[in-house]
Write a protein that binds this ligand. Structure first.
Ligand code: PLP
Length: 416
């Protein structure tokens, strides 16, 4: 069948679709070692909490009420009001409910925002989304209605002690001109676990204001929830920032609830797009999150349960990796947040795409680095030498997966 240009682009098998397929297969196959997708951990304390909360809401009729009614296109008002009050009280941000719109997962917020701010523009201009530091989140890659929607730049790399490294934005290279419609960065970053410093964010904010374009900060893992961030950095919002949040990494990916905090103009645009694309965002996630705010559990659980859980898991995974792979060409990006480790095998004779295939054949799923260099103008060898693994599995599963990665990496280095 002949598809439209839109169909051709969106119906093809994209990187993100492969990732979600692998994730689904990995979750169904009890023997697979799933170090691939971004499914959050089943933290026993959180699972228990969600069981109790849903039972309580089922008994009170609130769950049925959420299921049996559409919300407005902006999303569930009681949650939006409570969230605006909470963010205002917590950070002193000058926001009200008019600055917030909900979406069906933050993935769909990015689709809407990118296509709102970039692509074909009146007067024949074509604008792009600037990703100031590649590698960036795989899910952005295929979300532009027009091709070549992204432009990104290689980072500076600092080599740290203990076999670690860290990326920084290379502001000397970064070019913001009238072909850029918005700047976007995830903080903490998926796939690397990098957290842009307060200075880097201030610099991006300044650049965005100077050029009269918004700065989109993808806060899927950030503060104040789910708080999977191990660095002491300041959360930022002003009326030129579009802060995107999500309930997914809190442990509720099935609720498909994304949150956009932006100027009234942008929040209204997102709500209007919701009307056309989905009538209204889903109601269950916001109903649960509203209850969590009401009972003062949202921030408490993020800080006391979720953050310490991921911090311990990341430290343990680093230990296991460093014990299993002693080659000095191997380095790990300093884990500063999110739920991934970004591994760099310098001078690896095979690409990590090939390594991914070999690991998959042995039942271990990771994500090859190649997918994450969205919008980079030239091929960069470094991109073929890195891979992303998540560290949310049980310790014993992590140990088995890492042992197989170590074997395959040693074999690959031996092929030089
Ligand atoms: N942004 C980042 C950085 C992510 O890692 C993810 C999911 O993994 C998303 C956005 C989208 O998440 P969701 O659509 O579940 O809110």
């Amino acid at each position: 069948m002949e598809f439209s240009t839109f169909g051709d682009k969106f119906a093809r098998y994209s990187g993100i679709t492969q990732l979600m397929d692998d994730l689904n297969d990995g979750l169904r196959n009890p023997d697979a070692i799933m170090l691939g997708g971004g499914n959050p951990a089943q933290i026993p304390e959180m699972v228990e909490y969600f069981n109790r909360l849903t039972q309580q809401m089922a008994a009170s009729g609130e769950l049925t009420q959420a299921l049996t009614n559409y919300d407005g296109p902006q999303g569930k008002n009681i949650f939006i009001n409570a969230l605006a009050d909470m963010l205002k009280a917590q950070y002193g941000w000058d926001i009200s409910a008019k600055n917030i719109a909900l979406t069906n997962g933050s993935q769909s917020a990015f689709f809407n925002l990118f296509n709102l701010l970039a692509g074909e523009c009146p007067g024949g201009n074509k604008k792009k989304i600037l990703l100031p530091l590649a590698p960036e989140y795989i899910g952005y890659g295929d979300s532009g209605l027009s091709d070549d929607m992204f432009i990104s730049y290689r980072p500076e790399i600092s080599l740290l002690d203990n076999g670690m490294f860290k990326y920084h934005i290379d502001f000397n290279q970064l070019t913001v001109d009238d072909t850029v419609g918005a700047i976007c960065a995830s903080r903490p970053t998926n796939p690397t676990g990098n957290v842009l410093t307060d200075d880097e964010i201030a610099h991006l904010d300044e650049l965005a204001r100077e050029h009269n374009i918004p700065l989109i900060i993808d806060n899927a893992y950030g503060i104040p929830f789910p708080d999977i961030i191990f660095e002491d950095v300041t959360p930022v919002w002003n009326d030129n920032t579009i802060l995107c949040m999500s309930l997914s990494k809190l442990g509720l990916p099935g609720a498909r609830c994304g949150i956009v905090v932006a100027s009234e103009e942008i929040a209204t645009a997102v709500a209007n797009m919701n009307g056309v694309l989905s009538l209204a965002p889903g109601s269950i996630g916001p109903a649960l999150a509203h209850k969590m705010i009401e009972q003062h559990d949202l921030l408490r659980l993020s800080e006391d349960v979720i953050k310490p859980f991921y911090l311990r898991k990341s430290q343990h995974a680093v230990e296991l990796l460093q014990q299993a792979i002693t080659d000095t060409r191997f380095r790990i990006h300093k884990p500063e947040g999110a739920m991934f480790l970004w591994l760099w095998f310098k001078d690896l004779p095979i690409s990590t795409m090939e390594l991914y295939q070999r690991l998959k054949a042995r039942g271990v799923l990771i994500v090859p680095g190649e997918y994450f260099f969205i919008g980079l103008q030239d091929d960069w060898q470094h991109g073929h030498e890195c891979l992303r693994m998540n560290y949310v599995q049980d310790d014993e599963v992590m140990q088995r997966g890492i042992a197989i990665i170590a074997e395959e990496v040693a074999k690959a280095y031996g092929e030089h």
